[in-house]
Write a protein that binds this ligand. Structure first.
Ligand code: 5AD
Length: 366
């Protein structure tokens, strides 16, 4: 038995793997070994959360942002961005479209702001969506906020929240984020739990100065912080950001980051087992034909198709070459059904897809 066989067997049998073992798998390059890793992760996914994909219709509500993260295309310092804010009707229409499509859930995501007007606006959007006859479950993703704000949004009816840790490495975190601290970010994740949210986190994969050991520690962070959902994808350079200018990258590097991203999904599935894991747009952006599908076959079980209008798509460019720029919600949906059938997967329509991990830790039944 090879070392990989032994590790995979332990994972399938339910063991918690060591950081060394996680790192070993993240470093695999041999295609046959990677296939074995992905197959084991797919098996654990099917056993722990079932076959099939849960959809969350994504509404990108605004690209106004108070932060200056070095990798992000909509950072405050990027003066080339045409800034926009959807109004309440547009946001509700996006959520309604998600519900009408049978996506059990919707996500409102936007740049980070915490002024009183913004907090009220999001509260109102959540309330209005909750009044829809077929209201989808709602996830929010608006960065770090006070406990009071998180409670307000939870009380208004949102049930999940995504806040990526981005990297759990203190040095790398500080390098990339002129504002905020890693400890502050961890505290925000803790506040989300306190406010009663199902909590999602995640990282970018293949960042400059990021090692496989750091990624192994990220997976351990996901596990020890008891996350319910994980969303992560390859870092992709954006030409108007300090990080993208310093490391413009190449197609070959993109492809390496895609492969590393897929291994990261597989390793996370093997270690965390019953969480929801997203196959993200960044995977699709590097490989439009099969990036998300490969994510699913490596252990992911959630996809977040964009349900917003096309008018502002190009203004929400977090990285270069972002997928779906000229594809409306209806076209995206048709394509997805087809491509999932092609890999023997399918969509669970009309159900919210609450993470098993959350149900187990709370004793709830949906
Ligand atoms: N490449 C990949 N992902 C990015 N994000 C922001 N900028 C980039 C980039 N250049 C991710 C961050 C953030 C999420 C909304 O998008 O992880 O949390």
């Amino acid at each position: 038995m090879t070392r990989l066989d032994a590790i995979l067997k332990r994972a399938i049998d339910g063991a918690v793997l060591t950081e060394d073992e996680l790192e070993f798998m993240l470093r695999l390059e041999d295609p046959a070994a990677c296939r074995e890793l992905f197959a084991a992760a797919y098996l654990v996914k099917c056993r722990e959360v079932g076959k099939g994909v849960y959809l969350r219709g994504l509404v990108e509500t605004s690209n106004l942002c108070t932060r200056n993260c070095l990798y992000c295309g909509i950072r405050k310092g990027n003066a080339e961005v045409r800034r926009y804010e959807l109004d309440l009707d547009e946001i509700v229409a996006g959520a309604k479209l998600a519900a009408d499509f049978g996506y059990g859930a919707a996500v409102l995501q936007g740049g980070e702001r915490s002024d009183a007007r913004f907090v009220e606006f999001v509260t109102e959007a959540v309330r209005r969506i909750g009044e829809l006859p077929n209201a989808p479950q709602l996830t929010l993703s608006f960065g770090e906020q006070t406990l009071e704000t998180y409670r307000k949004w939870r009380t208004a009816g949102a049930v999940r929240y995504l806040l990526r840790i981005e990297t759990s490495d203190p040095g790398l975190y500080a390098e990339l984020h002129p504002e905020g601290t890693l400890e502050g970010r961890k505290a925000a994740l803790f506040r989300l739990r306190e406010a009663g949210f199902q909590v999602g986190t995640g990282v970018m994969i293949g960042l400059p100065h990021q090692s496989a050991a750091m990624l192994a520690r990220d997976v351990e962070f996901f596990r020890t912080s008891d996350a319910d959902m994980i969303g992560m994808g390859p870092w992709i350079p954006h030409h108007r950001t300090p990080l993208g200018i310093a490391h413009p990258g190449s197609r070959a590097e993109d492809l390496r980051r895609l492969e590393l991203g897929l291994r990261m999904i597989a390793v996370t599935r093997l270690q965390l087992k019953d969480v929801n894991i997203a196959a993200t747009t960044a995977l699709q952006s590097i490989s439009p034909a099969d990036g998300r599908e490969r994510g699913l076959l490596a252990g992911a079980n959630v996809i977040m198709p964009n349900v917003g209008g096309l008018e502002h798509r190009a203004d929400y460019t977090l990285y270069d070459g972002k997928a779906g720029m000229d594809e409306n919600a209806e076209a995206a949906r048709r394509k997805l059904d087809g491509s999932l059938a092609g890999i023997g997967e399918f969509v669970h329509y009309g159900v919210p897809g609450t993470p098993r991990h959350y149900l187990k830790r709370t004793g709830k039944t949906e």
